[in-house]
Design a protein around this ligand. Structure first.
Ligand code: SF4
Ligand code: SF4
Length: 68
């Protein structure tokens, strides 16, 4: 999985920043109000969600990482 969400860290934030800001609509809101990865294939690895998450709950595997 290229996008990992740590549900112990995700509070979730009131704005649901990851769901709101992903330019590719990768996330949807689950029944517990936490994000789910809906469409990982559309992720451009831009890293916006990772950077904006206030609790650092998201990790995105970058394309240029050769050893992860
Ligand atoms: S890295 Fe960018 S495209 Fe991928 S889920 Fe996060 S915000 Fe969306
Ligand atoms: S931005 Fe972070 S804290 Fe907010 S909903 Fe997404 S994963 Fe949870």
């Amino acid at each position: 999985m290229e996008i990992m969400i740590d549900y112990e860290k995700c509070t979730p934030c009131p704005e649901l920043k990851c769901v709101d800001t992903c330019p590719w609509g990768v996330f949807q809101v689950g029944p517990d109000k936490k994000p789910r990865v809906l469409d990982a294939a559309s992720c451009s690895r831009c890293g916006i969600c990772e950077n904006l998450c206030p609790t650092k709950a998201i990790k995105v595997k970058r394309k240029d990482f050769s050893s992860t």
